[in-house]
Design a protein around this ligand. Structure first.
Ligand SMILES: *Cc1c(COP(=O)(O)O)cnc(C)c1O
Length: 527
């Protein structure tokens, strides 16, 4: 390897064009574009390398003094990074919400990076700003179904907005609760609003001792982060137990009334449309009614499940979502857009004004700069990826994707139910289900599995999940769930059937491998 020199000549080359056909980076790019699946399966390790070992490759806390040739560095990345990353494209990688992408995103990513637009202000994004607003409008219409006149009025308005694009569900939830907080504590005589005067004055002027959010125990941890950031405190997030997997609207109402009686106020109710752990959907319609009874904001976290709205058959699972004041959607989950694409939508196009911020050199009064109502500042044009997907796949394409995922989840549930060694723990509502290894003789109708047996089963399922991951042929994730039957939470396998290329044979192979791994554990034979 020859040593590059820090020279202006080297810099010019780096900024202008590749070093020619023989550039290693250009070769990698060609291989990658020719066949992504082959590229990945050829490069992803199948045996588990301990993280500590990988850390050794990334252990120098010093900026390299000398420059490197692009080709040499590309080879370095291939060896140290690419070969040890995770093959999320594998049809047997069914443990998380991250899956394979349509191939065209690879070329679009090049366009996105090449153009390097900054959506914070129109001066650095121009056409990207109207595009992003159109995408928000399309998704808004999918959720709230207002009429054409409504969208013509608000799509490109400088004084209203249909939502905000951001890097993911976490920021979307934060943004929604930020708006809810500012709207819950508006200006009063002598008080300029929470945004200006802060929480301490807000409590005095509004005469309250707490500001609560009610959600379920299955709520995503980003809600707690938002409570922390907004100065409300994680303990003000009331996470109600849900042994039936979804929120009980009556319980939400009772908790809300109790908070009011104690001198507090309910800022928001958060319903989840597709929980991260089990894929369940809260009763959105009834929760919307409870929210109006308690006179609070109703937010729906549909980060993962929102794409179900594309399906004519299954969209009604989310009915009531149109009554939400705000909705979180993640395009990088079931909309198959690369990582870093989320959004929050507001039913009321004026809601976002509760957090509108102005600055002199950008975000001037009356400008259409998207940065004035977002948490983030500089931001890339990820909306283009969703824009392209919505056009290339169309609603009908998305519908097919959703319908086949759901059908596959039901098929997998059936395979589990038919198998002697497994117990289905949560039925798939969307394309997510949980199950565990549990020998048939323990599952006879009449008797309940003892706590001791459950502890052994927990240990067994934990070991099998780990060994399966380490063997590297397939991947399911694992979590702990409380349910109606047992006192203690139980350890379960969690499966998300997002990859359209996953076949029934893949699913059978995964169960077969798990059953074989279990049979090898002394614990299994002792049960
Ligand atoms: C994934 C998810 C989030 C968080 O989204 P990120 O994109 O990871 O920030 C929030 N809520 C739910 C229900 C999710 O599934």
């Amino acid at each position: 390897m020859s040593q590059a020199k820090a020279s202006l000549e080297h810099l010019y080359k780096v900024f202008t064009k590749p070093e020619g056909e023989d550039s290693r980076l250009a070769q990698i790019e060609t291989q990658l574009s020719a066949n992504l699946a082959d590229f990945l399966s050829g490069h992803i390790v199948s045996e588990e390398i301990p993280l500590e070992k990988i850390e050794q490759d990334f252990s120098r806390a010093q900026v390299p003094e000398q420059p490197q040739f692009v080709s040499d560095h590309a080879q370095h990345l291939l060896d140290k990074l690419v070969s040890k990353s995770v093959n999320t494209y594998s049809p047997r990688f069914i443990g998380h919400m991250t899956s394979a992408l349509p191939y065209f995103h690879l070329s679009l990513a090049k366009l996105l990076v090449g153009l390097n637009q900054n959506l914070v202000k129109i001066e650095t994004s121009k056409a990207f700003t109207p595009l992003e607003r159109q995408v928000l409008g399309m998704m808004h219409r999918q959720v709230f179904a207002n009429d054409e006149a409504f969208y013509q009025q608000h799509l490109h308005s400088a004084t209203s907005s249909l939502g905000t694009f951001c890097s993911g569900g976490t920021l979307a939830n934060l943004n929604a609760l930020w708006v809810a907080r500012n709207r819950a504590l508006p200006p009063l005589s002598g008080f300029r609003g929470i945004s200006e005067d802060g929480l301490f004055s807000a409590m005095r002027y509004h005469d309250i001792n707490q500001l609560a959010v009610i959600s379920s125990a299955r709520g995503h941890y980003s809600l707690a982060k938002a409570m922390d950031l907004l100065g409300l405190g994680k303990s003000q997030l009331h996470k109600l137990d849900c042994p039936k997997q979804t929120l009980d609207p009556q319980e939400v109402l009772h908790r809300g009334q109790k908070i009011l009686e104690e001198g507090g106020r309910v800022m928001a109710i958060v319903g989840i449309a597709g929980t991260t752990e089990t894929g369940h959907i809260d009763p959105l319609d009834e929760l919307a009614d409870v929210a109006s009874q308690l006179n609070c904001h109703f937010h729906v976290d549909a980060a993962w499940g929102g794409a179900t709205l594309f399906s004519t058959r299954h969209g009604s699972l989310l009915s009531g979502i149109e009554k939400a004041d705000s909705v979180t959607l993640d395009a990088h989950k079931q909309m198959y857009v690369p990582m870093g694409a989320g959004m929050v939508l507001f039913k009321d196009p004026l809601a976002g004004n509760a957090v509108r911020h102005h600055a002199q050199y950008i975000l001037r009064q009356g400008s259409k700069d998207l940065g004035s109502t977002s948490v983030e500042g500089s931001r890339n044009g990820m909306a283009m990826m969703l824009y392209a997907s919505l056009h290339i796949l169309g609603r009908q394409g998305y519908e097919l994707l959703i319908d086949q995922s759901l059908a596959k989840a039901h098929k997998f549930a059936q395979l589990i139910n038919e198998h002697e060694d497994f117990e289905l723990v949560t039925e798939p509502v969307l394309c997510l289900l949980t199950y565990r290894l549990c020998p048939g003789h323990l599952r006879e109708k009449s008797k309940k599995i003892s706590d001791t047996h459950n502890q052994h089963l927990d240990e067994l399922n934990r070991m099998v999940q780990k060994q399966q991951r380490e063997a590297g042929h397939s991947f399911v994730s694992r979590t702990r769930l409380s349910n109606e039957t047992y006192q203690q939470p139980i350890t379960v396998f969690r499966v998300v059937l997002a990859n359209p290329l996953t076949t029934e044979q893949d699913l059978q192979a995964i169960l077969k491998e798990q059953a074989e791994l279990a049979a090898r554990q002394p614990l299994w034979t002792q049960l």
